[in-house]
Design a binder for this molecule. Structure first.
Ligand SMILES: NC(=O)c1ccc[n+]([C@@H]2O[C@H](COP(=O)([O-])OP(=O)(O)OC[C@H]3O[C@@H](n4cnc5c(N)ncnc54)[C@H](OP(=O)(O)O)[C@@H]3O)[C@@H](O)[C@H]2O)c1
Length: 292
């Protein structure tokens, strides 16, 4: 492999992404923290340097809810680095109030799926064609029971967490479809998906206060730490014993905690026609073809 090995972790300043970035640095990767806030990113990087004193970190700004920001990030990355080994599409937002991105798109579809799809498209040509090159997509147990609302993709008529669930199903279908396309093109690069189980991260900060405090009491009983929740992504990024299209998560109670292993997919995440259709719809929403 070309040295230094380079990884990008999106949403690396908090929660699971923070621990994933530490894991990649410990594994010897120069780790690029792709964060939307300079201040939060700098604080996280200082903390990481305390945890991994010989680790190499670079902070670059990225707002996945804004295609222009994704393009600027990709350009800045190209200026500073000559290749990319591992892209961990970790950042995510869970919204309860129907928020929109600046371009009017549903915020979670935009941030969790479309922003990451564009980012991957803009960086794929920098990845050496070998099986150690990995793209890791973060899904969720919340993809279960979800569907892609092709007739209402911005979830104008969908209640509660269904829009989040749609976005996390989209991450999984994207990971699968990307791997299929890589295989069809005869490429060695692997696309894998993971879910972290459950962990008490910043993801739930926008819950109603009652739900939030209830979660604070229950979460420690059934979920695991952010460090443990980072293990599926680290496994997908680093293990020699994986293949493209694999889906990993914790193996304990309801897949919310525990050691890493193969994760269970809902029927909706085994639907190649939906994955193909989502790919095409996503290209239209992004406004350009994926650069394979
Ligand atoms: N924790 C769980 O129980 C759980 C369960 C299933 C799946 N997941 C998935 O795990 C991943 C990590 O989430 P987490 O639990 O660690 O949550 P978190 O603590 O809230 O971290 C999310 C990260 O994403 C970043 N982010 C949000 N919107 C962004 C944007 N527009 N552009 C760039 N970065 C953005 C956040 O940045 P700011 O700090 O600036 O907001 C933060 O760094 C997500 O994909 C989530 O869906 C988590």
């Amino acid at each position: 492999m070309r040295e230094p090995r380079i990884a990008i972790v999106t949403g690396a300043n908090n929660g699971i992404g923070f621990e994933t970035a530490i894991g990649m640095a410990k594994a010897g990767y120069h780790t690029v923290l792709a964060c939307r806030s300079e201040a939060k990113g700098q604080t996280a990087m200082a903390d990481m340097k305390k945890r991994v004193p010989d680790g190499q970190f670079t902070l670059l700004l990225l707002d996945l809810s804004d295609f222009d920001s994704v393009r600027s990030f990709a350009a800045a990355f190209r200026e500073q680095f000559d290749h990319l080994d591992v892209l961990i599409n970790n950042a995510g937002v869970l919204d309860y109030s129907g928020r929109k991105a600046g371009n009017g798109y549903e915020l979670q579809l935009m941030t969790n799926h479309l922003g990451h799809m564009l980012l991957t498209s803009l960086l794929l040509d920098m990845m050496p064609d070998m099986r150690e090159s990995r793209i890791v997509s973060l899904s969720s147990v919340a993809h279960r029971g979800a569907k892609i609302h092709f007739d209402d993709i911005h979830c104008e008529h969908v209640e509660g967490v269904a829009a989040y669930s749609q976005s996390k199903l989209a991450c999984l279908l994207f990971g699968d479809e990307l791997d299929k396309k890589l295989r069809a093109a005869g490429r060695e690069i692997l696309s894998l998906s993971v879910h972290p189980g459950g962990s008490d991260s910043g993801l739930f900060d926008d819950m109603s206060r009652m739900q939030y405090y209830l979660m604070k009491i229950i979460a420690p009983l059934i979920t695991h730490s952010n460090a443990s929740a980072a293990q599926p992504a680290l496994h997908a990024a680093l293990s020699p014993n994986v293949k493209g299209g694999d889906y990993y998560g914790p193996q304990g109670f309801k897949e919310l905690r525990g050691k890493v292993g193969p994760a269970e997919r809902d029927a909706s995440a085994k639907d190649p026609a939906a994955a193909r259709r989502l790919w095409e719809v996503s290209e239209e929403l992004i406004g350009e073809k994926f650069r394979l």
